[in-house]
Design a protein around this ligand. Structure first.
Ligand SMILES: Cc1cc2nc3c(=O)[nH]c(=O)nc-3n(C[C@H](O)[C@H](O)[C@H](O)COP(=O)(O)OP(=O)(O)OC[C@H]3O[C@@H](n4cnc5c(N)ncnc54)[C@H](O)[C@@H]3O)c2cc1C
Length: 409
């Protein structure tokens, strides 16, 4: 390797180490607020001063809209790469995943905007989400169309006045939907996948209705039901309207999900690791079979972490393997659930009553199965990758004894 390449690797490694150290420290402050949020999801307003709550907005905002103040150190990047964001997501979730999802910022919509929007549209959207505190939503799921998202039915009809569009329909389970100022809504202008459009809405406009839904885990996500009742959409709010039909609406949704699936895996990984550490804190003398089970779980989580970093690096390099992303997301949701089940078993029959944090983690992790696609859908993705012989990397194909191909169920 040339010397310059080694140097570049070292400095990048050092920067990631500094970031990780910072995220770890910042996330420590989230445990207590997380429990408060579980009791009252709107309690996030009491914690807006915490640096950890500022991270989502800063890291997911394009650099030219990011506002630098002294809440975060200057080495925390705006417009973070996928690798940088999953590092933050893992540690933030180790602190509390609900607090991260409740934090203001552009959230998933940032990827749709970056993929599809022209400059004026980015100004419109990020100009608003850069105001602190502002929440944004990403509305794809509908009451009867979750996994089958391409069959969505929300309609975008030509405005009878002759200019612009009219949005009608419902969306379901939308994070921060009832608290957001702006959002991106996927809707149908014509039949078929290329008839899907993505439009930006201002929730202050007439025709927008929202209610927060009750949920037993990950309550900070404040999932909502939204209704668009003949909401007027000016032509300039249709994202990617300068692009061909095959490269807008649905394309934006797919890119956002691809980019954020590793984040959900990172959330799951963070909570899974926290559950293992919690057992060891509570039972420092744990030995024998129980200790071996915790060690085994930590091993599996560490292997997942490596895979997660690989898929994030592939996304950043512009050569994502969607099948492996599916494998990692599916595996992470499963492991997080297993880690909380293991913790509950090892801490005794009344553990969920005696340990409020564990009770919350045990409920929270169930949401990861549903976010960014369920296990069944990802299992199908992995299977398709295997059929096409496009799942394993050359490193996985190393068949020397002792090499185990990871990442498949
Ligand atoms: C905390 C949280 C936050 C969320 N935030 C957002 C958000 O911000 N924006 C948004 O748009 N959505 C959001 N969602 C919704 C999420 O994306 C959906 O829950 C998910 O897509 C699954 O859809 P569904 O719940 O309708 O389940 P369904 O699609 O009805 O699936 C129900 C069950 O059937 C199985 N199933 C479905 N289809 C198939 C198939 N073809 N083959 C085999 N099995 C199948 C599934 O695996 C699942 O077990 C959020 C969900 C949660 C839990």
């Amino acid at each position: 390797m040339p010397e310059s390449a080694t140097y570049a690797l070292d400095t990048r490694g050092e920067r990631m180490d500094a970031l990780e150290q910072y995220f770890r420290e910042a996330a420590r402050e989230l445990r207590e607020p997380g429990l408060a949020l579980d009791a009252d999801p709107d309690a996030v307003h009491r914690f807006l001063h915490l640096p950890a709550v500022r991270l989502q907005q800063h890291m997911l905002t394009p650099a030219r809209y990011a506002r630098h103040d002294d809440v975060l150190p200057s080495f925390v990047p705006a417009e973070a790469s996928c690798a940088e964001w999953i590092l933050a997501a893992e540690w933030l979730a180790y602190g509390d995943p609900g607090m991260t999802l409740a934090s203001p910022g552009p959230a998933l919509s940032t990827v749709v905007l970056r993929a599809l929007a022209d400059e004026a549209q980015q100004d419109w959207f990020f100009g608003r989400t850069s105001d602190w505190p502002t929440w944004a939503f990403f509305a794809l799921t509908e009451p009867e169309k979750g996994s089958a998202a391409t069959e969505l039915t929300a309609r975008l009809d030509a405005d009878p006045s002759g200019e612009g569009w009219v949005l009608s329909g419902e969306k379901m389970y939308i994070g921060n939907g009832a608290h957001a100022r702006v959002g991106v809504v996927f809707c149908r202008r014509a039949t078929g996948p290329w008839g899907i459009e993505a439009v930006m809405v201002d929730t202050g406009d007439p025709g927008f209705h929202a209610e927060t839904l009750p949920i037993i885990g990950l309550r900070g996500a404040r999932i909502s039901r939204l209704r668009f009742d003949g909401m007027r959409i000016p032509p300039e709010r249709v994202l990617g309207r300068h692009r061909p039909r095959s490269r807008r609406g649905l394309q934006g949704a797919l890119q956002a999900m691809l980019w954020f699936r590793p984040s959900v895996a990172a959330f799951a990984l963070g909570v899974g690791r926290a559950a293992c550490d919690y057992v060891l804190e509570q039972r420092p003398a744990l030995a024998g079979a129980g200790r071996a089970e915790v060690d085994g779980m930590i091993d599996r989580l560490n292997r997942l972490r490596r895979l997660l970093r690989d898929v994030a690096a592939e996304i950043d390099a512009g050569s994502p393997n969607t099948f492996r992303v599916s494998g990692v997301k599916m595996r992470a949701a499963r492991l997080a659930e297993d880690a909380t089940l293991l913790a509950a078993r090892l801490l005794g029959p009344a553990s969920l009553v005696e340990h409020p944090w564990l009770d919350k983690a045990y409920r929270d992790v169930r949401a990861f199965e549903f976010m960014e696609g369920t296990g069944n859908i990802h299992r199908r993705g992995v299977f398709q990758g295997l059929l096409r012989d496009d799942y394993f990397t050359s490193r996985d194909r190393d068949v020397r004894p002792g090499r185990v191909a990871e990442g498949v169920v």
